[in-house]
Design a protein around this ligand. Sequence first.
Ligand SMILES: *Cc1c(COP(=O)(O)O)cnc(C)c1O
Length: 436
Amino acid sequence: MKFYSTNNTSTRVSFKEAVFNSMPQDKGLYMPVSIPRLDDKFLNNLDEYTLPEIAFHVAKNLLGDDIPENDLKDIIEDAINFYAPVVELEENVYVLELFHGPSLAFKDFGARFMSRVMSYFLEEGEKQLDVLVATSGDTGGAVALGFLGVPNTRVTILYPKGKVSGIQELQLTTNGQNIRAIEIDGTFDDCQSLVKQAFTDPELNEKFRLTSANSINIARLIPQTFYYFNAYAQLLKEGQSNVVFAVPSGNFGNIGAGLLAWKMGLPVDQFIAATNANDTVPEFLKTGVYQPKPSVQTISNAMDVGNPSNWVRIADLFKGDEGKLKRLITGFSFNDSETREAIEKIHSSYNYIACPHTAIAWQALKDWQQDQPTGKTAGIFLSTAHPCKFPDVLPAHIAKAIQIPEEVKELEGKTKHAAALGTDFEGFKRYLLENN
Ligand SMILES: *Cc1c(COP(=O)(O)O)cnc(C)c1O
């Protein structure tokens, strides 16, 4: 499969080039030249396949011969080595738990697949790959664990001091090996701006082979389509074939992958885009005007995005048919007090604990269902992170009740190792040059 840039549809690059470049020079995003529909035999019998089998089928459909079948199977089995169960909470309300990977967030799907694809394409004798990643919390952990121990790669994570949760910080700073962390005395935007400057600095680019692991990389998007098919398969087993997905959204990579799955033939009539107060997309769906704004801080901070970078991909999927886009996606946004209320309601109704991002998706699904004829459609809301990653924003009585996974208990005994830097680029550059 070849890829083009959303800013220049006559560009053609290989999958390998799209993965290592992350973003085309013209600042568009890579998209597959065609999105083939999966064969009917597969689509009609999804319930007979396991998650790795589904993943292989879907990846193969999109990538063609870019990676030979056996290698692709190995990559998938190594990357997607955890479950994505759908759990019923009440009639027609299901949660798709995407937090059973090593960093306890759905970003493990994208980061683990991408790291293995990059390592696969790195040829013997090639220069070490230096992955720079700015994180507001979840991306850094997933990328770190995705690349941990991967030969010929090194990851440098920048995170804003004091602005990630305790568990997130331990996930970023206790890995050792080929992973290092820098705490920046600033905001997430400062971290991102340092990374961006590094990519345009001639001296650093001369010295290092820099690449980015952020969510716009096409190799992070593709594996996120897998769990939509797998979730649908799980409901098929229960005799449900009318399904809607509610997706907690920030950069719109996750829901973008859902729409890509739809384009490949996943029979879903409706996607619900759920945001916090950063409501650029719900506003667009309501008014028809796409107006990016500066992000505002909320308790669901992994979704604090005012100008979602993956939106151009979604627009590209529906170019020439904006009406279809507006019929297929419904938007909802909720503020922090509504988010807290949703967390309380989920806990009291089902004795289930949702992280703030997940709670927003649940509320959006419930609001959407209110306006629908009852009984026909099963709603699946995506749970993007384990609640133990956000104890400080949950009400105390709920935070206390969280069952802490074993791997988190192990983390708690480890020591943090992080360099501490300010927000000036010269200081960051000096650190990179001196710590080679
Ligand atoms: C990254 C993240 C999101 C937002 O996902 P997008 O793909 O950026 O829309 C939602 N929830 C959690 C927990 C996240 O880490």
